[in-house]
Design a protein around this ligand. Sequence first.
Ligand code: AG3
Length: 285
Amino acid sequence: MALDNTWFSEPHPASGSAFSLQIEERLFAQQSPYQYVEVYATVGFGNLMVIDGCVMLSQRDNFLYHEMLVHPALFTHPDPRRVLIIGGGDCGTLREVLKHPGVEQVVQVDIDEVVTRAAEQYFPELCESNQDPRAQLHFADGIAWVQNAAPASYDIIIVDSTDPIGPAEGLFAAPFLQDCLRALADTGLLVQQSESPLFHLESILKPLQRTLYQAGFAAVHTLHFPQCVYPSGWWTVTLATKTGDPTRFREQDAAAKPFVTDYYNVDIHRASLATPELMRRALAE
Ligand code: AG3
């Protein structure tokens, strides 16, 4: 049956699949200098943000992605105080980082202010910590920001980007990742959203892991979790350390986390580190 215009659909032509949500109305649409930003009210998933036709987040399920991008990284670092977020304009990542009481400073650098203004209006819960005195919001080019960062000035860099085509392409390339390594302190680590293990293993995950090693990171590990609104419904983040082991984390602290989550906990963290066979084969090198 053909979908009528009460559905939003993101096709993934390479796999002959699409993800669709029934919508009530379009709340926002603006061509920014960088991309086309839309917000829809959906029937069952709350508000939905779409950039250049790709689903960014829904109110119903963004906790999966945001919690898994942030908490494994923050519980892997021995003592994260200074965090840099590249992208993340909807502020959902920022909110999760600020849940960690030890964090002293979070700098968020998204190129597109239109995304943040839309999030403030249509995803206010994601922006509830934006006034935290530890948070700084900048609208600038993340690649240039990291290039100009002082050496060893961050404990964690989080790359919360769109797909690696268009504005985000450079965030998956060696020059940026080398700059990240330099900007990280010795115990520092990088975490990057790294697409679907079912659809992007050869095209994105494998090259990203290789590029991270080439850039000089000591160890790299990809974690996976369900994310129904993104292509294939199965998603990853990739951790890369300057010195430590990305598969070891502060388990006691994670078990005693002083904040509420909807997905992340110490068992989920352990489970997400386990590598499925198709990933193990493709990523073994
Ligand atoms: N970051 C987008 C992940 C990529 C989604 N890709 C897609 N739908 N084709 C989401 C930003 C949330 N802070």
